[in-house]
Every structure is written in structure tokens, then in C-alpha cells.
Design a protein around this ligand. Structure first.
Ligand SMILES: [Zn+2]
Length: 115
């Protein structure tokens, strides 16, 4: 498992090395927890996996495919905004299926390709 790897299993955050985990990583994972809750957990993982496979066909790159899953697009776009989650509307991930609203100058903003 890579050092900077973190996994959210049903709302619990798991990491081998926690030294790099900061408020923004926790915020990122909390966004995923909100996504999971509204999809009642199991459907979240099914959707996540299917969308990853579709993105893999689209981008032909593991990392790019992962970064462009709508759940990840929402989380990476908003993890540095600590007031995002309290004001988030349900099913906001749907907006990220088709993207154009990514923060451009975020410290670690993913590099999205326009569809
Ligand atoms: Zn994530």
C-alpha cells in the first residue's frame, strides 16, 4: 500500500501511515462519507467501481480515471473548503458527472480533462 493512501470504509478512515493526514484529507473523506450515506453505502461502492471502469476506458490511465470519478471530483474540488460539507446539498456528486466547476488554483487540484 502506498504511503499516502487512505481509504474510507463505511465512514471509517483507514491509513497505514497517518503522518500526512491533515484537516483537508479528513474533510475529503467526510465528503465521501456524506456521499456514501445518501446512497446507502453498498450502492456507493458499486457505482464507484463501475464509474472507475468507465473512466478507465475514457482516459486509459489508472490515476486519471480515479481522479475523475464524480465522487472524487466533488471531494477533490471541495476538500480545502471547510464550510462546504455543512452547506452541501444532497446528491451533489451528480453535478460532477459532467464537469466544469473545478477549483482552478487549489493547492492540490486534480487535473481534470473536459469531456
Ligand atoms: Zn477521495
Amino acid at each position: 500500500m502506498p504511503k499516502r493512501y487512505c481509504m474510507n470504509l463505511f465512514g471509517s478512515i483507514w491509513a497505514r501511515d497517518t503522518s500526512w493526514i491533515d484537516t483537508f484529507v479528513i474533510n475529503h473523506e467526510r465528503i465521501h462519507t456524506a456521499q456514501m450515506k445518501e446512497l446507502l453505502f453498498i450502492p456507493f461502492y458499486v457505482w464507484y467501481l463501475i464509474e472507475w471502469l468507465i473512466r478507465l476506458l475514457q482516459y486509459r490511465n489508472w490515476n486519471k480515471a480515479y481522479r475523475n470519478i464524480s465522487f472524487e471530483r466533488e471531494a477533490y474540488s471541495n476538500d480545502h473548503n471547510l464550510s462546504y460539507l455543512p452547506n452541501r446539498r444532497p446528491f451533489s456528486s451528480l453535478k460532477y458527472l459532467k464537469i466544469n466547476n473545478v477549483r482552478k488554483h487549489a493547492p492540490h487540484a486534480p487535473h481534470f480533462d473536459k469531456n
